[in-house]
Design a protein around this ligand. Structure first.
Ligand code: MG
Length: 334
C-alpha cells in the first residue's frame, strides 16, 4: 500500500492513463525511468564551437550516448562547401560511424541577405526587392541541394527571413513566393523536401498598407482591422508539396501564440519541431511539452530537434545532457 502523500507525489508525474491504473488494487505507481531508445534529435547549432572542438567523432559519440539519434545541421557554408571547418564527407562519416542520422540542415541563402543590405566597404548599390531576387535565390539553392543530397538529408530548411523585408501583405506574399520557388528548385535538383523555420517575428500581423520602423512594431498591429499573421500568409501562399514548416515551439510562444493551436490548425503543414525552452528543457515549466508532443505524434509526425541558446557559453554539452535526460525521462516522448 502507498500512502496518500506518496500517491499524489507520483500522480503528478504520471499521465492520466497511469493514474487510472493506480486506482486498481494491484497497481503500484512506477517511478519514471530513463529511456535512451527514443527518436531524439539535435539541432547542432546548440553546441556552437563545442561541436567541433577536439575530436569530432568523440563529440558525436557523446551525443549518441545521450540517446540522440537524429541531427539537424547548422553552419553549412555554400562557398567552401564545408560544415563548420569540416569537409561534408568527413562530417557524414563521423555521424555514420556513431550511428547518427543527418535528417535535416538549416541553410540561409546568403544571396538573399546580401541583396537586401549594403555590405560595409562594398560599392554602393540599390538593394533588390524580394520580387527582383527570384533568380538569385533559385541559383543559390541548386549547388546547396546537390551538396545535401550527398549527405542524404530528407529536409533542407531556411531558418529565417531577412529582418525588415516583410512589412505588409504584399511583401509577405513576395517572401512566400521565394520560399515556394526555393522548394521547387530544391526538390527538382535533389528530391529533398524544403521547409521554413520560424522565430517570433512571423507571428506579427500585417495589413495591406502596414509599415514598421522596426519589425517588432508589427506586434502593435494586433488589433488592426484585416490584419493577418505573417506565418499564415506564408502557409496560405506556398504549395504544400514545395514548402513544409518546422515549428519552433519556443519562438511560437515568444510570438504570443500557442504551439498546440498551430499544430491543430496546421496539422498538414507542420512536419517538424524545434523543442526549446528558456535554457535547459523542462526547467522553466513554461513550455507545455506534453501537449505539444501529444499533438505532434497524433498528427503522424516524428522528427523534432532539441535547441538551446547561449551557444558560446562553453556549457552546452552539459545543458544538452540535462535536456536529453528530461526527454528520456518523459513518457510523452516516443
Ligand atoms: Mg529554432
Amino acid at each position: 500500500m502507498i500512502n496518500r502523500r506518496d500517491f499524489l507525489k507520483s500522480a503528478s508525474l504520471l499521465s492520466l492513463g497511469a493514474l487510472a491504473a493506480c486506482n486498481s488494487k494491484e497497481a503500484t505507481p512506477a517511478a519514471p525511468v530513463e529511456n535512451k531508445n527514443k527518436g531524439l534529435g539535435l539541432q547542432i547549432y546548440t553546441l556552437g564551437p563545442e561541436m567541433f572542438a577536439g575530436d569530432l567523432s568523440a563529440n558525436m559519440k557523446r551525443i549518441r550516448e545521450m540517446g540522440i539519434k537524429n541531427l539537424e545541421l547548422a553552419g553549412y557554408n555554400a562557398e567552401s562547401h564545408k560544415i563548420g571547418e569540416v569537409e561534408l564527407a568527413d562530417f557524414k562519416k563521423a555521424a555514420d560511424d556513431n550511428d547518427l542520422k543527418i535528417v535535416s540542415s538549416h541553410v540561409t541563402p546568403g544571396v538573399l541577405m546580401a541583396g537586401m543590405f549594403q555590405r560595409p566597404g562594398a560599392p554602393a548599390q540599390k538593394p533588390k526587392t524580394l520580387k527582383e531576387m527570384v533568380n538569385d535565390v533559385k541559383e543559390f539553392w541548386k549547388p546547396v541541394a546537390e551538396d545535401h543530397a550527398k549527405l542524404g538529408v530528407e529536409y533542407l530548411v531556411q531558418p529565417m527571413m531577412p529582418p525588415m523585408t516583410v512589412v505588409n501583405v504584399e511583401t509577405a506574399k513576395d517572401f512566400a513566393n521565394l520560399l515556394n520557388v526555393s522548394g521547387e528548385v530544391v526538390k527538382a535538383t535533389s528530391g529533398i523536401q524544403f521547409g521554413y523555420h520560424n522565430h517570433n517575428m512571423e507571428f506579427a500581423k500585417v495589413t495591406a498598407d502596414s509599415k514598421a520602423a522596426v519589425l517588432g512594431d508589427l506586434f502593435s498591429g494586433m488589433g488592426m482591422r484585416d490584419a493577418q499573421i505573417i506565418e499564415d500568409l506564408y502557409m496560405d501562399n506556398t504549395d504544400p508539396a514545395n514548402v513544409i514548416f518546422e515549428l519552433d515551439c519556443y519562438w511560437t510562444v515568444m510570438g504570443q501564440q500557442d504551439p498546440v493551436a498551430w499544430l491543430t490548425k496546421r496539422a498538414d503543414r507542420i512536419h517538424m519541431l524545434h523543442i526549446k525552452d528558456f535554457m535547459v528543457l523542462g526547467a522553466s515549466g513554461a513550455m507545455n511539452f506534453k501537449n505539444i508532443f501529444d499533438k505532434f505524434y497524433a498528427n503522424g509526425r516524428k522528427y523534432f530537434f532539441i535547441e538551446i541558446e547561449d551557444t558560446n557559453s562553453g556549457k552546452q554539452f552539459g545543458r544538452l545532457e540535462e535536456s536529453a535526460k528530461f526527454l528520456n525521462m518523459s513518457d510523452f516522448v516516443k
